[in-house]
Design a protein around this ligand. Structure first.
Ligand SMILES: [Mg+2]
Length: 389
């Protein structure tokens, strides 16, 4: 049995939870700050009711509802909340996978009362974060995920033998995870309309998600629908270990003299982050843990690290993570002589893309890599790193 937790309008709900003025209002979270020139990356339920949905240009959303509330996406906040929910679910002591920033799966094996467990989880999430989740329970991840969508928001749905046929008959094929794209369209063109039609034609399809692949739903999904543009790293479980060597990738630099200029220090950290990220991408690795090392006359050796649930090989993201480590260290403008950035907890794979903006960034990063491969490293580089020259 799989219990799939899917947060309801996650980004929008978080914004509403921390700002009661936004509660119950039509609200969109934009992937960028310019409210008329961005894309909706989350819509509150009041906005959804008006036909506004993620992926829609914000201009179009405002033309539907001129009084729409707008908040620019704050990914750090969403990632943090996601990590907290992950930790909370970990407390249940069951094998846990997270499949995206707002979806988590618990493997129940044979639980005596999964409905009650779902209720408890929902209550705990609501009590802690003031946001709701929908839960789906079924024999495999595909059906559990589908179940979680059937009574949104704030619902619990169990698919078992008693309602399997009824649910599949009522569910259009393109509602099934992974079948919204070209594969779904080709099935529909072939006359398959509902999930039940698919079951009648390919009865084994729903069982392919029962065992081994349930550990790795995104890969299973990709094998079902290679056209799906959203690549997600391998699932993350409690025993998750990096596949093979290398164990870590790092770059460091010793300045000619100890410097106190924080802009220059930041520029170096950015450059080292970019260099580490390039190495990660060259080896098709993504990293969960960022470690920052600083050395200076006042601070001696300072080292701290943080592990994130969302893995990355994006230099900018690594840089942001190191800055947060530095901010927490409460080092106030010390003189710095040497800097090191290390990424560890490595897995094979590519970056996760949670926001549309990040999908665009992947294209940008690929283009930058191509240019730098062709014309030499650092032919093109982030502006701040000029300070290192
Ligand atoms: Mg969700």
């Amino acid at each position: 049995m799989i219990l799939h937790v899917d947060m309801d309008a996650f980004f929008a709900s978080i914004e509403q939870a921390i700002n009661p003025r936004l509660k119950d209002k039509p609200l969109i979270v934009g992937s960028r700050g310019n409210k008329m020139r961005t894309v909706v990356c989350a819509a509150s339920y009041a906005a959804k009711a008006l036909g506004i949905h993620s992926g829609m240009p914000s201009r179009e959303a405002f033309s539907i509802c001129p009084k729409l509330e707008f908040v620019a996406a704050d990914q750090a906040k969403y990632t943090w909340t996601s990590e907290q929910i992950f930790q909370l679910l970990k407390g249940y002591g069951l094998p846990l996978n997270y499949t995206s920033i707002d979806e988590f799966q618990l493997e129940l094996a044979s639980h005596p009362d999964p409905l009650n467990l779902a209720k408890k989880i929902k209550e705990q999430i609501y009590a802690n974060f003031n946001i709701t989740a929908s839960v789906g329970i079924a024999k495999n991840w595909l059906l559990a995920k589908l179940a979680s969508k059937l009574n949104k928001p704030d619902g619990i749905t169990l698919i078992d033998d008693s309602n399997f046929e009824q649910v599949l008959r009522q569910t259009p094929l393109d509602k099934l995870c992974g079948l919204g794209g070209k594969i779904g369209a080709s099935f529909m063109a072939g006359g398959l309309k509902s999930c039940w039609d698919l079951y009648l034609n390919l009865p084994g399809f729903f069982n392919t998600f029962d065992n081994a692949k349930a550990k790795n739903p995104q890969m299973a999904l990709l094998s079902v629908n290679p056209e799906q543009g959203r690549r997600v790293n391998e699932s993350y479980d409690n025993s998750g270990k990096p596949n093979e060597s290398p164990k870590s990738i790092s770059h460091s630099y010793t300045l000619p003299e100890a410097k106190i200029n924080s802009r220059v220090i930041q520029a170096w950290i950015r450059l080292l982050s970019e260099m580490v990220a390039t190495r990660l991408r060259q080896q098709n690795l993504i990293s969960a843990t960022v470690h920052l090392w600083l050395n200076g006359p006042e601070i001696g050796n300072f080292g701290a690290q943080k592990t994130h649930q969302v893995l990355t090989n994006d230099g900018y993201e690594i840089y942001q993570r190191t800055l947060k480590i530095m901010a927490k260290s409460r080092i106030q403008n010390p003189r710095i002589r040497a800097i090191g950035v290390t990424c560890s907890s490595l897995s094979r794979g590519t970056d996760q893309h949670l926001l549309r903006e990040e999908i665009r960034r992947e294209g940008l990063i690929k283009a930058l890599d191509r240019i730098n491969n062709r014309f030499g490293e650092r032919s093109i580089y982030p502006a701040i790193t000029v300070l290192t020259r």
